[in-house]
Design a protein around this ligand. Structure first.
Ligand code: KG4
Ligand code: ZN
Length: 370
């Protein structure tokens, strides 16, 4: 079964065709990042207009790339899937309308998909090629698992007792990890999006300076304040809060002469590496605690921040010590893409029909058990 997946929840216009929920026959991502750089963040109206301008071309290319993939049934589309939340409302609407029109014209079902849930499906994506026969464990084989959705809008730990069942066991009480990276980069004048820049600068600093963790600035490790987690109804040991870290960074910069003086003194890489380490250690620590509390076969990580090289290394170590399998996507599937939407839709084939055609954008869509 081939599903065409469409994704326009933020600043990527993306479409892909995936066979039977796992095999990616095509994957086209048009990133709008250069359009948002001058504003230091995503501007919803600019995102929406750019989605309108690009969506037809992106979908057409995804369909023609799939047809050329060599798979005997690649020219056939059996269903259309689309992100309906969470995300930016004006951006989501563009994808939803395109998907509804396409499903009608192709006379196939439409399937609405939760963007964050789709990120957790990315470790199961495979590409055609010599290793195609060996698909590795599928989503159902990986349960029970702990899920970690870590992106620009989410840092959430989920208990996944069976495939498609979710219970939030921990989350950020303020900024998401990606947001914390982006805000620090902005403060330090590194530009948007901050995550990839922080990652690269920190890696180069460790490699070239020979520095160790003893050389890092001791920024706070994302512990929520007492009493605050009770409001969220979640245990403090499984939650993070990055507002204290952000304030500590701001104070450090102010007390040391400001961004320009620190840049002139060549201090920015050490600050960046220290800040990244605080986020990574906070996430790893809460993951460790969450893993200890349940019997999991795997840790499933998805979302743009899972591209972070330091986070990947530290979580690999965490899982090795806990005797748990780490399931993380190939880097090309970590950011927003249509393949994850099409892939998850295969497992959500029951969620279609007239109700799907009436779906509205759901900017604050939560986790749902399907
Ligand atoms: O999943 P995603 O593409 O979009 C959302 O659903 O939010 O995640 C985007 C976020 C941004 O905050 C970006 O700075 C962050 O992922 N990010 C990274 C890295 N690459 C992207 N954060 C840390 N290290 C990276 N290498
Ligand atoms: Zn995303």
């Amino acid at each position: 079964m081939n599903i065409l997946g469409i994704e326009t929840s933020c600043d990527e216009t993306a479409a892909a065709v995936v066979k039977d929920g796992r095999l990616v026959l095509s994957n086209v991502v048009y990133t709008q990042i250069p359009l948002h750089v001058p504003y230091g963040g995503v501007v919803p109206e600019i995102a929406s207009r750019a989605h309108v301008e690009k969506i037809s071309e992106v979908v057409r290319t995804a369909m023609s790339d799939a047809a050329k993939s060599g798979d005997p049934d690649a020219g056939r589309i059996d269903a259309v899937a689309v992100t309906y939340g969470p995300g930016l409302s004006p951006a989501l609407i563009v994808g939803l309308n395109a998907a509804k029109g396409l499903a009608k014209s192709l006379n196939v079902p439409l399937i609405g998909i939760n963007h964050i849930e789709a990120h957790l499906h990315t470790p199961f994506l495979r590409e055609p090629g010599p290793g195609e026969g060996d698909m590795g464990p599928g989503p159902e084989d990986a349960m029970p698992a702990l899920g970690l959705a870590i992106s620009g809008g989410h840092t959430t730990w989920l208990d996944m007792p069976a495939y498609g069942e979710y219970r939030v066991v921990g989350q950020t009480l303020d900024d998401a990890a990606g947001e914390a990276f982006d805000k620090a980069a902005k403060l330090l004048g590194l530009g948007y999006p901050g995550g990839p820049k922080v990652d690269r600068i920190a890696r180069e600093w460790f490699e070239t300076s020979g520095a160790s963790s003893r050389d890092l600035i001791p920024f706070p490790k994302g512990r929520p304040r007492e009493g605050v987690t009770a409001l969220a109804g979640l245990p403090a040991e499984c939650c993070v809060s990055f507002s204290g870290l952000k304030t500590a960074l701001l104070r450090y910069v102010q007390q040391n002469g400001g961004t320009e003086a620190l840049a002139a003194a060549g201090e920015v890489p050490r600050i960046v590496a220290s800040y990244q380490e605080a986020i990574v250690q906070a996430v790893a620590d809460r993951t460790r605690t969450a893993l200890k509390r349940r019997n999991c076969k795997a840790l499933i990580v998805g979302g743009g921040v899972s591209l972070n090289s330091r986070l990947r290394a530290v979580l690999a170590d965490t899982c090795r010590r806990a005797g748990v399998r780490l399931l993380m996507a190939q880097p090309k599937f970590c950011g927003d893409n249509g393949a994850m939407i099409a892939a998850l839709a295969y497992y959500r084939r029951n969620k279609t029909g007239d109700a799907a055609m009436r779906l509205d954008a759901a900017p604050s869509l939560d986790f749902e058990t399907s």
